[in-house]
Design a protein around this ligand. Structure first.
Ligand SMILES: C[C@](O)(CO)[C@H](O)COP(=O)(O)OP(=O)(O)OC[C@H]1O[C@@H](n2ccc(N)nc2=O)[C@H](O)[C@@H]1O
Ligand SMILES: Nc1ncnc2c1ncn2[C@@H]1O[C@H](COP(=O)(O)OP(=O)(O)OP(=O)(O)O)[C@@H](O)[C@H]1O
Length: 276
């Protein structure tokens, strides 16, 4: 067994429609999910006993004990490992940091033990872990367990922005007033160019935006600031917030937007990213 390194990309919900609620309280979703080329990094090494180190620019406040989703994912394999988690994504931010870290850990451990079957207990790690295991554009339904690849999307260039407020997912779902909303259309458009595809996205929704803004009004300010960037085509929130994304038609426009936003909002987490 050798050292395994896996990238844990940020997850972005391009759309997030809440279509119902189960008896156990979990909400039914219909979401178009893509992944960014920014994310965390996981290194897994064989060891005599379990050890987790959390390092990197966004390590502050992330648990280093058995509650970390990386530790919980590794425990499913019953093999002692030393894991170094390098955090670059903000936590509790709607971009699946913990879920993507857990998925990356599962992929690393599967590779290490030479067994690609998923261990029991993956679902208990969180609703987003399934889609994060896919690491490619996908339509996510059910409470997150029903995932299908969504090929044929055009390249999307984004600015991701987080104002630094933690937004706990359960609070946002609880604050959602109307739980029965329209799903996405039966077919997600394929083969469109970037501009028309963004126009189509603008006709869809993130139903958690309003309750997230009610809890953390700064999200409205993030959306407004993103909408005012030159060349921006659409600004929306990802997941349960507070991270929002702005979409552009070219990589250069997204880069310029990120540079301008970093200067005007030096306290926000800002990244230019390609989404796919
Ligand atoms: C909002 C999304 O980020 C969209 O991708 C996800 O649905 C949330 O995924 P996650 O953070 O992995 O969520 P979990 O850790 O499984 O759930 C956190 C809490 O969010 C609420 N929750 C989550 C998923 C879902 N389909 N319905 C819910 O009501 C529940 O209160 C749950 O206790
Ligand atoms: N590896 C991890 N990285 C970040 N947070 C973690 C991790 N493991 C456990 N946590 C805990 O999980 C909480 C939620 O963090 P996470 O980054 O998964 O956000 P999220 O907004 O729930 O993501 P999602 O987009 O899936 O809703 C954090 O407040 C933190 O205490």
């Amino acid at each position: 067994m050798s050292i395994t390194k896996v990238f844990a990309p940020a997850k972005v919900n391009l759309t997030l429609h809440v279509t119902g609620q189960r008896r156990d309280g979990y909400h039914l979703l219909d979401s178009l999910v893509v992944f960014a080329d920014v994310g965390d990094r996981i290194t897994v090494m064989p060891a005599d006993q379990n050890r987790l180190e959390v390092i990197g620019p966004r390590a502050k406040g992330v648990p280093t004990d058995g509650t970390n989703l990386v530790a919980r994912a590794a425990n499913l394999f019953g093999v002692p490992v030393h894991i170094v988690l390098s955090k670059h994504l903000p936590a509790a931010a709607g971009i699946g940091g913990g879920s993507s870290d857990a998925a990356a850990t599962i992929l690393a451990l599967s590779d290490m033990v030479g067994d690609t079957r998923l261990p029991e207990g993956v679902a208990d790690l969180g609703a987003d872990v399934r889609v994060c295991l896919m690491r490619q554009a996908a339509r996510m339904r059910g409470i997150g367990e029903d995932v299908a690849p969504c090929p044929g999307l055009p390249p999307l260039y984004a600015v991701l922005a987080n104002p630094g407020v933690d937004v706990p997912t359960p609070e946002v779902f609880q604050a959602l007033e109307n739980k029965q909303n329209q799903p996405l259309p039966k077919r997600i458009p394929q083969g469109m160019k970037t501009g028309p595809f963004i126009d189509w996205l603008a006709t869809q929704r993130n139903d958690l935006e309003a309750p997230a803004i009610a809890r953390s009004p700064v999200i409205q300010e993030v959306l407004k600031t993103l909408s005012d960037l030159p060349g921006v085509r659409l600004a929306r929130m990802s997941g349960s917030g507070a991270t929002c994304f702005a979409l552009f038609e070219t990589e250069d426009a997204a880069q310029a937007g990120a540079t301008a936003l970093t200067q005007s909002q030096p306290d926000w987490w800002v990244e230019a990213a390609k989404l796919s």
